[in-house]
Design a protein around this ligand. Structure first.
Ligand code: ATP
Ligand code: MG
Length: 438
């Protein structure tokens, strides 16, 4: 029924043989019961951290969080986190327990965990499930261990973890847990952005992200306040059926789950509320909103401590999301070259999703990006010249033709644009002739 990596089991066996009760716990038990391969292994043990290290004299052991009792044992290349059973003391800052107390009692350790599906253990006697985690797995429910209010007050990250788990597993939130999440979301302001960021990026890249974001707009707006004005903002435009927030979430659902694309989809229209105008017919317009969205998104993503490359990719996609697409060889060549292959493919995915998420038949508008993608694939198979590196002339040639300073780069880029569009052949003689025309 349940399959775990034998290298993780070997660590547990060794500790159990040494007389310390040791169990698999948390995500790896939950995932195995769902027949999903666990992506990391957490063990909980009655052994103290020093005792754990003494049991593995021949394996690399890293003191990952000695204060919290965690040793990472590298078992034949697999990192296995081994944490001493804990009961937690009081919390005064909504973040971390004031002090951590070790215990030899597994029941104490399980009762400090966040959700029932995460509070199961698997040990020498089989499954230990004092909080009904297995039943909740069958009912596909995320439910707090104990009374949600104090549990969320203790650690203000837990409400967001609950939303992330619901999205990741595509589970529902049990009613009391869901209403407590709504009450406690504002306390996220006490939590470090790095912890918020990790959970939020996992949430938005999960299969159930759309449903969770639509059910908990207050959580999205707490983490990205730029989304607040989008919630319920009616577009008064015949091309749009949904308010800005609903449309943004539906766009997110329709793009592949990479962080840059999902962030771009979620934030691409944040510039709409501040740029809204109504014309004489009562139709809403949002002139210049992509640029405004990119400015708002830049601040949001910096605050969220998003990795620089992901941030830059998302901002380019947002700034360009209204680029009119033409399914023609010149257009595709030119934009493949200007944006680079990866951004081009992401932008077409975003544009298709954006059109589909309007909720109103778009008269084939959603198919144009697909046609452009098909053309791009054909074009790439021909190994076209798309970068300055591949151009048959270079900076020396431009200097020899009498160009100076920034004019060198401008001339080469303009030649590349025409070559990529198929207007000029990438032949040295032809390109030298063009350079000499300047
Ligand atoms: P995954 O590995 O899929 O992210 P996970 O459940 O293993 O899921 P981790 O963040 O690795 O998540 O946490 C391991 C376990 O530690 C959880 O299953 C849970 O029992 C406990 N845990 C983690 N964070 C908290 C928290 N903030 N409050 C209470 N328990 C927590
Ligand atoms: Mg884990």
């Amino acid at each position: 029924m349940v399959h775990w990596d034998p290298r993780a089991l070997a660590v547990a066996d060794r500790l159990n043989q040494a007389g310390f009760l040791t169990v698999l716990v948390g995500g790896c038990v939950r995932d195995a019961l769902l027949s999903v391969p666990p992506h990391d292994y957490d063990l909980a043990t009655a052994a103290l951290p020093q005792e754990v290290e003494q049991c593995f004299p021949n394996l690399p052991c890293v003191e990952t969080g000695l204060k919290h009792g965690t040793i990472t044992v590298l078992s034949d290349g697999l990192p296995v986190e081994v944490t001493t059973f804990r009961k937690e003391g009081t919390y005064t800052d909504h973040r971390r327990p004031d002090q951590v107390e070790f215990t030899t009692d597994l029941a104490h350790d399980l009762s400090r965990r966040d959700f029932t599906v995460n509070a199961m253990a698997w040990g020498p006697g089989g499954l230990v499930d004092p909080h009904g985690g297995r039943g909740d797995l069958e009912r596909r429910l995320i439910r707090c261990v104990g009374d949600p209010d104090p549990r969320f007050t203790e650690d203000a990250l837990r409400p967001l973890r609950g939303l992330r788990l619901a999205a990741q597993l595509d589970f529902s939130l049990e009613a009391d847990t869901a209403s407590a999440i709504r009450r406690h979301i504002p306390e996220l302001s006490h939590v470090a952005w790095e912890r918020i960021s990790t959970e939020f990026l996992r949430l938005i890249c999960s299969p159930g992200a759309g449903r969770v974001l639509l059910d908990f707009p207050e959580a999205a707006a707490q983490i990205l306040p730029e989304l607040g004005p989008c919630v319920g903002f009616q577009q008064k435009n015949p091309h749009h059926r949904y308010d800005v927030y609903t449309h943004s979430v539906k766009t997110l659902e329709a793009v592949p789950p990479s962080p840059a694309l999902r962030l771009a989809a979620l934030l691409h229209d944040t510039g709409k509320p501040p740029s809204f105008t109504l014309d004489g017919d009562g139709t809403g317009h949002f002139y210049g909103h992509p640029k405004l969205s990119a400015q708002l998104a830049e601040r949001a993503l910096e605050r969220l401590r998003v990795d620089g490359a992901v941030k830059d990719r998302a901002l380019t996609l947002i700034a360009r999301h209204d680029l009119p697409v033409e399914a023609s060889r010149p257009w595709v060549g030119r934009w493949l070259s200007r944006l680079g292959e990866e951004v081009f493919f992401d932008l077409m995915a975003l544009k298709r999703a954006d059109a589909l998420a309007c909720g109103i038949p778009a008269a084939g508008r959603e198919d144009v990006p697909l046609q452009a993608l098909e053309l791009a694939r054909q074009l790439l198979a021909e190994h076209p010249c798309l970068t300055l590196k591949d151009l048959a002339v270079n900076g020396r040639d431009a200097l020899a033709a009498g160009l100076e300073g920034p004019a060198v780069g401008t001339a080469l880029r303009s030649l590349l644009d025409r070559v990529a569009a198929g207007e000029l052949e990438n032949q040295r003689e032809i390109l030298l002739g063009e350079l000499n025309k300047h």
